[in-house]
Design a protein around this ligand. Structure first.
Ligand SMILES: CC[C@@H](C(=O)O)C(=O)SCCNC(=O)CCNC(=O)[C@H](O)C(C)(C)COP(=O)(O)OP(=O)(O)OC[C@H]1O[C@@H](n2cnc3c(N)ncnc32)[C@H](O)[C@@H]1OP(=O)(O)O
Ligand SMILES: [Co+2]
Length: 145
């Protein structure tokens, strides 16, 4: 089940310059920076109450962000939804005819497992599903309660 709009991803050319711009806009600095090597990105996260904005800068030429910037320039790159069970949701969406861009959940930023849906099948919007990674010990503890 999709439970929440988790974040909006914005592709930027220069993370330092965009951090400064969005800090002014939100009147609040980013709460973290994190590199996701598998995606070829450096991210920066802002929180506005319940809402989260993810800025993404490419760290290599074959990164999806580098390709997007080349073709479309800076701007909204994807929207991400929180899900309670990512594997079940991937199965459901595939059965509904959506194209998954990864067969298995993969590591994202901010302690999440993620999966992307091809924008060609989602009205031209790149959609990310994400599920929080629960530390094994905490998961076990919750099961015992
Ligand atoms: C930080 C980790 C994680 C998190 O935790 O939040 C992230 O957010 S990582 C974000 C970066 N990673 C990804 O985007 C992975 C998924 N993306 C992809 O697999 C590819 O980018 C893609 C969507 C399959 C496109 O790749 P490719 O086919 O190689 O590029 P093209 O440029 O040829 O695009 C084909 C087609 O799709 C349109 N397109 C591409 N990107 C987007 C987009 N972000 N939103 C909407 N549409 C997009 C592109 O315009 C092309 O259309 P046509 O020109 O009409 O053919
Ligand atoms: Co994202």
């Amino acid at each position: 089940m999709l439970t929440n709009l988790e974040h909006i991803g914005i592709a930027v050319k220069d993370l330092a310059a965009s951090d400064a711009l969005f800090t002014k806009l939100f009147n609040s600095p980013p709460y973290k920076r994190e590199e996701v090597v598998g995606e070829g990105v450096m991210t920066s996260f802002f929180r506005i109450n319940q809402s989260k904005i993810e800025l993404l800068e490419a760290t290599r030429e074959d990164s999806p962000i580098a390709r997007f910037l080349e073709k479309k320039g800076e701007g909204i790159h994807h929207i991400a939804f929180e899900v309670d069970d990512i594997e079940a949701e991937m199965k459901r969406l595939q059965a509904e005819g959506f194209t998954l861009l990864n067969e298995k959940p993969k590591p994202g930023a901010d302690n999440k497992l993620v999966c992307f849906l091809h924008p060609k099948g989602t009205g031209g919007v790149l959609v990310e599903l994400c599920q929080e990674i629960v530390p094994k010990s905490q998961d076990d503890k919750e099961r015992r309660l």
